[in-house]
Each structure stands twice: as structure tokens, then as C-alpha cells.
Design a protein around this ligand. Structure first.
Ligand code: DAH
Length: 344
């Protein structure tokens, strides 16, 4: 037995290259190897001899594995040194730098937007992406079968009754506005809130549509908050985001949960209002929807509209990122092509 062990260890020690060592490993530990042979032989041994021989087999296997590892380390060091001696390995060459990852452009634009509002004293709140119809539509002044609902192609998770819409239906939120209702329902003014997050619509993917996209919702509720505050706030926001010479234009619009409502345009930063390809000749770029919170919404959350007023706005994060960085296809945000992601 001792001779067997000596032979095995000698077989390892005498290997001069990593390739020879691999051959030795197969001969000793491989399927048809020496050590494996010991275990196979157990089957034909008398019962009382099995434990002792099994133990020897285990010891031998452990020892051989250890020596194989040690010899492998020695040999690779030797091979490296000889490569250096031959000049095949230039250790003075700079190493290959591994790239550090970084935040996704959409995440940094979302941060940029929310931190502008945080600097104005707003608080960040988030809400669920899987939402009840009640928060997504009903309490935002769009009861069942309200015509404005059809503007949002809703993805449903669970419907109470396929024949009619119900506040208990569960859906993927079609905008971040339901956060307004959730916050107001559980807290009292004054409120200054921003809420970034995902929204979903049953849209075919193309250069300007994605079934999943991001918005930042913002709103303020208190005593005597008026449209002037909304304008002032959004002007500060737009100038911080797109530069101090941007002009802001409020264009009358309709949203069910605000009255009056406005879409906000900024003067085109490429042509400064003269008209160009980006703004399609109009001199203006639409960037968000906003308005004074409709008193009906206050009714749903138990606020007295005689006591409180508020404004709200919703910004598309992809839209802002596309405008700010001259990106003309929304799909690039989600394809995870490193060549795109790396640019930002
Ligand atoms: N929720 C709207 C949308 O997704 C955007 C919006 C418009 C949000 C006006 C608001 C608002 O808070 O006041 O189209």
C-alpha cells in the first residue's frame, strides 16, 4: 500500500508541465484512474475489509488532490517566468482597464428632475405600479365610462366584471397621478410632493411609444395656492433643467383631474424659437401637463375645496431625456445596448 501512495505522489511531483500534470490527474483521479479503481474494488472485498480500504482510498484521494494543486501552482509560476524571460509577456504594458458601470440615463434624468424639486422643499414619495382603478381613474375625477379613460390604453391585472368598469378593478397604473390621491387620502396639507416612477399603457412599441415608461408626478396643496405659484414653480424647474434662457408657455388643455389645465411648452433650445427640425417649425417643445387640482378630486380625499387649493403636474422622463440629449427613438432606453448606455 505504501508503495502505491509513493508512486502516486511521485507521478505528480515528476510532472514538468501543466499538460503533463493534467495527464497525471486523469491517471490518478479520472474515471479509470488509480484512486477510482480502489473504490471500484470495494464491491468485491469481504465486508469486514471494506471500511479500512475505503478509508485508505479517501486519504489517498485527499493527498493526491492537495499535491496536484501545489504542483499546478508551482508550474504556472514557472511557465510565467519563462514567458517573461522569452519576452513573450511584457509585464510593463498597462493592464486592460475594466469598465465601471454607471446609472442608466433615465435614472439620472429622474434624479435630476426630483432633486430640483427637493431643492424647492418637496418631498419624494412613491406609489404602487399595480393599482386599483379607484386611484388611477375614479378618484382622479374619471368615474366608470368617463370618455377620457379611453385615452389611456389600460393594461388590466384583474377585472371585476368585463361588461363594466369598476373602482375595484386592478390595473397597471397608466400614469403616476394616482400617487396624488394616495398621499392626500392619508395626510393633511400643506403638501409638497414629487413622485417618480413607472407607468404602463397598452401601446405598440415604436420610436415614440413604449408600453412601459416613466413619469415624475408633482403636486402642492395648501391654503391660497394659485396658478401663479404653478407658473413660477415650473419656470424655475424648466430653467434649471434646460438652461436659464428658456421661455415657458402655458397652453390651455384638458385633464380630468385639473381645472384649469395647461400643457407647458419651452422655447426650443436648438433654434431659440425661430423654428427648426426639432420643434417642427413651431419654436416650442411640449414638456409636461399641469393644472390646478380639480375640487372634485379634493372631494374624494375628504379635503374642503373652500379651504385648500393645489396645483399638479406630470412630466414624462423619457420625453425630457430625449429632448435634453437629442435622442429620437424611445426604444434605445430599453434595448440595453452598451454602446448607447456608455455615452451618458
Ligand atoms: N397624468 C397625466 C398623463 O399621464 C399627466 C398630468 C397632467 C399629470 C396634468 C398631472 C397634471 O398631475 O396636473 O397624461
Amino acid at each position: 500500500m505504501a508503495a502505491l501512495v509513493d508512486d502516486a505522489l511521485e507521478a505528480v511531483a515528476s510532472c514538468g508541465t501543466l499538460a503533463e500534470l493534467e495527464e497525471a490527474r486523469v491517471k490518478l483521479l479520472g474515471k479509470k484512474g488509480l484512486v477510482t479503481g480502489i473504490f471500484k474494488g470495494l464491491a468485491v472485498l469481504p465486508r469486514e475489509e471494506k471500511p479500512a480500504v475505503g478509508q485508505i482510498g479517501n486519504l489517498l484521494r485527499g493527498l493526491v488532490e492537495e499535491r496536484l494543486q501545489d504542483r499546478a501552482r508551482e508550474l504556472s509560476e514557472l511557465e510565467e517566468t519563462s514567458l517573461i524571460d522569452e519576452g513573450a509577456l511584457d509585464v510593463s504594458l498597462p493592464g486592460r482597464r475594466s469598465r465601471l458601470g454607471h446609472r442608466h440615463l433615465l435614472a439620472s434624468v429622474a434624479d435630476e428632475i426630483t432633486s430640483i424639486f427637493v431643492s424647492l422643499g418637496y418631498e419624494i414619495v412613491s406609489g404602487p405600479e399595480v393599482e386599483f382603478d379607484y386611484y388611477n381613474f375614479e378618484a382622479l375625477n374619471q368615474p366608470a365610462h368617463h370618455p377620457a379613460r379611453s385615452l389611456h390604453d389600460t393594461l388590466y391585472v384583474r377585472r371585476e366584471n368585463l361588461e363594466r368598469e369598476s373602482p375595484e378593478d386592478v390595473l397597471l397604473r397608466t400614469h403616476t397621478s394616482p400617487v396624488q390621491v394616495r398621499v392626500m387620502e392619508s395626510r393633511k396639507p400643506p403638501l409638497y410632493i414629487v413622485s417618480p416612477g413607472k407607468a404602463y399603457r397598452k401601446d405598440e412599441m415604436d420610436a415614440t411609444h413604449s408600453a412601459m415608461f416613466h413619469q415624475v408626478e408633482g403636486f402642492a396643496v395648501g391654503r391660497d395656492i394659485n396658478m401663479g405659484h404653478l407658473k413660477g414653480t415650473l419656470e424655475v424647474f424648466v430653467r434649471k433643467l434646460f438652461g436659464t434662457d428658456r421661455k415657458v408657455r402655458f397652453r390651455p388643455h384638458f385633464f380630468p383631474f385639473t381645472e384649469p389645465s395647461a400643457e407647458v411648452d419651452i422655447s426650443c433650445y436648438v433654434c431659440d424659437g425661430a423654428g427648426c427640425g426639432l420643434c417642427k417649425g413651431s419654436g416650442w417643445l411640449e414638456i409636461l401637463g399641469s393644472g390646478m387640482i380639480d375640487p372634485n378630486v379634493f372631494g374624494y380625499v375628504g379635503y374642503d375645496p373652500e379651504e385648500y387649493t393645489g396645483f399638479a403636474f406630470g412630466v414624462g422622463i423619457e420625453r425630457v431625456a430625449m429632448l435634453k440629449y437629442g435622442i429620437d427613438d424611445i426604444r434605445v432606453f430599453f434595448e440595453n445596448d452598451a454602446r448607447f448606455l456608455r455615452q451618458f
